[in-house]
Design a protein around this ligand. Structure first.
Ligand SMILES: *Cc1c(COP(=O)(O)O)cnc(C)c1O
Length: 395
């Protein structure tokens, strides 16, 4: 990612400074850090004073760039970071980030455990065996904070909730480990019907009281993802783990009231050629689009190798000069074509917005997700590293 000063400068100097690095880019992703800061502050305001906000920055911050997102989120109200893998945690430490980092994926091998200790990451433990190996791996007299995960209905990582008390007791007896939290993950929080979520909550609360009854004090319990955080403060407990919402998207349409979130990511690409085609002319591979009349088309320098799903071929809309226009024919690996008939004086080099706002118009990751039968999480994570991330600074 380029420095904030550089990207700010480039925006202002767009017409003067043709040598700026990112101006030779054909396509890129803009990360609006002011929007990110806004979302984090909105979420922070939703939480009671005793609830910490964890910014979930796994998968390179859902495609937004983990280090910059983490730094911004920490400046505006997050106090924890969540990642899925050890290398994701190491990347944040190498950038000088000192906030506590929870690795939410499993850590199984002694080699992974050594990396956890060396980089001061905090692991998720799901079995007594894992805890035992950790305890053995760690140098004596050290004390590693560990987070114990319960499966309350997701059927993914975690000890079965019915076995919470013996699991936690077993870990508590091991040397060199300090239990930092007990947590679980919800499977259906974004559904309209809350029944399964409430069942999970009930199981979680039951497990926590059994642990307490066994005489063990847990400093922190947590359950909520973005959806649960937006639904109800009774799900907040001591910490919420928020991913999607900090990137400015709602987990479901019925959750889009309450706080106002702003999308952080914008996908931009340049027009590289403009031409007029005659009626009957086919466009792109297999000619799935054939011009019905004379049309002006523009070639745009972005394709499926950048993360624009080929499945959107001939169905996509993009924004140019603040207008919504149709994409024509098959999306190719590096390029796609759009219909710019009737837009006067359009120039090669002008910028097309694929996702995000341009003028009064906006295309969201939810629009793509609906067309593709998937979820916005997958759309955000789909943009490839070939697209540089340009940070627009928070004011
Ligand atoms: C990814 C993840 C989250 C964040 O989920 P969002 O729906 O994006 O808020 C929270 N907790 C765990 C365990 C996760 O894996």
């Amino acid at each position: 990612m380029l420095s904030e000063e550089r990207s700010l400068g480039s925006r202002i100097e767009y017409h003067e400074n043709r040598a700026a690095d990112w101006l030779c880019q054909r396509a890129w992703v803009e990360i609006d850090l002011a929007a990110l800061a806004h979302n984090v502050r909105q979420l922070r305001n939703l939480l009671g004073a005793k609830t910490a906000l964890m910014a979930v920055v796994k998968a390179d911050a859902y495609g937004h760039g983990a280090v910059t997102v983490a730094q911004t989120a920490l400046q505006h109200g997050a106090s924890w970071l969540g990642v899925a893998t050890i290398p994701e945690g190491i990347e944040l430490r190498e950038a000088g980030i000192e906030a506590p980092i929870l690795v939410m994926g499993a850590t199984n091998s002694p080699t992974q455990m050594e990396a956890i200790v060396r980089w001061q990451l905090q692991p998720t433990l799901c079995t007594l065996k894992q805890a035992w190996v950790f305890s053995e791996t760690i140098a004596p007299f050290s004390c590693l904070p560990v987070h114990l995960k319960l499966d309350t209905g997701m059927s993914r990582l975690g000890a079965p909730w019915q076995e919470a008390a013996p699991f936690v007791q077993g870990v508590d007896r091991l040397p060199n480990l300090r239990i930092a939290s007990l947590y679980s993950h919800l499977a259906t929080a974004d559904r309209l019907d809350p029944q399964v979520m409430r069942q999970q909550q009930h199981r979680f609360v039951t497990a926590v009281s059994q642990v307490k009854a066994a005489g063990i004090t847990i400093p922190r319990i947590h359950l909520a993802n973005s959806a649960a955080t937006l639904i109800d403060s009774s799900l907040h407990y001591d910490l919420v783990r928020v991913g999607l919402a900090i990137y400015g998207l709602y987990p479901a349409t019925h959750l889009d009231s309450g706080i106002s979130l702003k999308p952080v990511l914008r996908v931009q690409a340049r027009i590289t050629q403009i031409k007029t085609i005659q009626p009957g002319t086919g466009v792109s591979y297999n000619h799935i689009y054939v011009a019905d009349r004379e049309r002006t088309i523009a070639v745009v320098a972005i394709g499926y190798a950048d993360g624009v799903p080929r499945n959107l071929s001939d169905r996509l809309s993009v924004l140019v000069r603040g207008q919504r226009v149709r994409q024509l024919g098959a999306i190719t690996m590096d390029q796609l074509m759009i219909d710019v008939t009737g837009i006067p004086d359009l120039q090669e080099g002008e910028i097309v917005t694929l996702l995000g706002q341009q003028g009064q118009e906006q295309i969201s990751a939810d629009d793509w997700a609906t067309m593709l039968g998937t979820i916005s999480w997958e759309i955000l994570c789909g943009f490839k590293h070939r697209l540089p991330r340009i940070a627009l600074p928070a004011k």
